[in-house]
Design a protein around this ligand. Sequence first.
Ligand SMILES: Nc1ncnc2c1ncn2[C@@H]1O[C@H](COP(=O)(O)OP(=O)(O)OP(=O)(O)O)[C@@H](O)[C@H]1O
Ligand SMILES: [Mg+2]
Length: 408
Amino acid sequence: MSPYLPILPTTAALTLLTGVAILLWRQSRKLKEIRQALQQSEARLALASEASGLGLWSWDVPRDTIWLSPGFHAILGLDADAHFGYETFFQLIHPEDRAAMRQGFGAVTAKNPCFEVEARFIGPNGLTRTLLSRGRGSFTRTDAPYFERLVGASFDVSQQRHAEAEHKRQRDELAHLSRVATLGELTGTIAHELNQPLAAILTNAQAGRLMLDQTPPDLAELCLILDEIVADDRRAVGIIRRMRSMLKKAPPEVSLIEIPALVNETLELLRPDFAQKGITAHATFPPAPPVVMADPVQIQQILLNLLLNAADAVREQAPVDRIIAVRVREKTPDQVSIRVEDRGTGIPAERIPLLFKPFQSTKPDGLGIGLSLCRSIAEAHNGNLTLANREKGRGAVAILTLPSKGTG
Ligand SMILES: Nc1ncnc2c1ncn2[C@@H]1O[C@H](COP(=O)(O)OP(=O)(O)OP(=O)(O)O)[C@@H](O)[C@H]1O
Ligand SMILES: [Mg+2]
């Protein structure tokens, strides 16, 4: 008899086998479904990321390989088979932005694993895109951390930045036009103001010439005359300089400026106009002059509009009320406020919502862009501008707030 007995499937074994087969079939079907769902979701993600200008990436630090999603390739027009490591990836970044990106990567630690950097990238065909990248690092151990991987997403913000730059360009252009229009209104009085030192220079020079004919000439008197000529010349130069800085069409340049000096300079520019209208303007400052980081021409433009608005509001008032008060104070250690207060007509309630809307003027010759322009300039300097009726008494008060850089 054969030693090997045939193993006959028992009913229980058969049932078990069938069960296992069904289970395997179900699992494989589930696997297939999962694979399909994964493919669909990958396709959707790729589509969404491409459509929204989103690129995904992952840097395997020990192997120094950087994986970039198809979306990332599409943003920069990279070849599908292009491969990158840390250094070759950095070649894609605009040379001026590489330091910021290296700093962003370098600042990732186990305690502080996230980073966000905005940088310009240049694709192989020379196309420049601005990408805002957010990433997170992962580390193998936390006691002696080992930097393993950095994963993240980059958003293409080029269009947004371009629109912002265009908006800024248009605002600067409009600001310049508005300055020219404002100064156009003031030229009559400014030319008159300029006439005074020029006439004084002429009179003094003629007097000096006559004095030279005397024997002996009065040298002490001549010295005084020459000093007066120098002082009048400086006055005239000052008037022209103030006009020129306001009229020049140059891109805004930020620098550290002392607010009191700028306020005084603006009041000086308006002095002849105010004198003609019988308006008195006075300013008060804190003992230490607050300093801000700003474009002086643009801040002066805000002051000019606020002061001219105040002047328009008080010019029909009784002489005693033709007063404008400018008060500079440190609101907080890092904020300076400049208040321009008048005793004028005040603002009717129905006009309050329209104040900062462009082309809303109650003046026959007003453009109505002053306040809206001034507010956008203030906001571009991380400050703000408000205008309201005074709480006590007649008139309005405009408050310009700017971030302070301490005192001068
Ligand atoms: N201090 C103020 N008191 C009363 N009303 C004011 C005051 N400042 C502004 N307004 C009102 O707000 C409106 C808008 O001011 P805004 O400076 O924007 O334009 P404008 O002075 O009319 O013209 P421009 O563009 O030449 O400055 C003014 O027409 C005026 O009705
Ligand atoms: Mg105005």
